[in-house]
Design a protein around this ligand. Structure first.
Ligand code: SF4
Length: 244
């Protein structure tokens, strides 16, 4: 773990270690409740995916003081925008839209940005606005699970996020995908209908396709291109898996 350098940040690092030890093995509900009350300026960055829907439920049903936002690239599926509204109505809260400065208007006769320069497109529509948003917060809650990728296997429930310079909380670190879906069904939480059509990991519409049985859950993201990540989650300077 790369630790912060100032004295104040060193104290925060000690808090991170203490929380990570204390909260390991606790339920996601206990973890979310603990960090919501002990880490001021905490936010939930939801991608509107299954894991984030679990976290939103935990935050909303306990009325915890956690900000909630989602990155709106302007290129999400219509089903994702509809789910966004359904979740706000279900829980009676506002999921703030965070946008970059790049326009979502396409220029006739020119290749769209996800074809011309997908890394640049993600950089201005996802990474830059996320970085600006996280700079306003002390901690963020993510839906990272340890069994998603080898790099995530060592994720702690609370850790220092060196890439964005704040505390990262992973309440679902020890959960499996089956546990996530069981929770969603148990509480009748709305999910994206595209999951039932074979879309396992859902991002922007132009860059997401369904996956076949046996494929990696993220095989449908940027299919046919070398790109596999938008750059939202990295560890030790390397990309670690899902995000955006
Ligand atoms: Fe652009 Fe595709 Fe990245 Fe969305 S996922 S920001 S459309 S390159």
């Amino acid at each position: 773990m790369t630790l912060p350098s100032t004295a104040a940040d060193a104290r925060l690092a000690a808090t991170v270690d203490q929380l990570a030890t204390e909260l390991e093995g606790r339920s996601p509900a206990e973890i979310v409740a603990a960090v919501a009350t002990r880490l001021p300026r905490i936010t939930l960055a939801t991608s509107l995916g299954p894991e984030d829907a679990v976290l939103l439920h935990l935050v909303a049903t306990e009325n915890l003081p956690v900000d909630v936002f989602t990155l709106d690239t302007g290129f999400l599926f219509a089903q994702s925008y509809a789910l966004w509204t359904r979740l706000e109505e279900r829980y009676g809260l506002n999921i703030r839209a965070v946008k970059g400065t790049a326009s979502a208007t396409l220029t006739p006769g020119e290749p769209p940005p996800w074809v011309r320069d997908p890394d640049g497109c993600c950089a201005v529509r996802k990474v830059a606005p996320l970085r600006a948003e996280l700079a306003r917060h002390q901690a963020w809650i993510t839906g990272i699970r340890r069994d998603q990728t080898p790099d995530r296997a060592a994720a702690r429930v609370v850790e220092w996020d060196a890439r964005f310079g704040l505390v990262k909380v992973n309440p679902l670190a020890a959960w499996t995908s089956d546990e996530v879906w069981s929770f969603l069904q148990l509480h009748d939480i709305p999910v994206n209908p595209l999951h039932a059509e074979g879309y396992s990991s859902i991002g922007c519409a132009p860059c997401t396709s369904p996956v076949k049985a046996g494929e990696d859950p993220r095989a449908g993201r940027w299919r046919g291109r070398e790109k596999t990540e938008c750059g939202l989650h990295v560890k030790d300077g390397r990309l670690t898996g899902a995000g955006g």
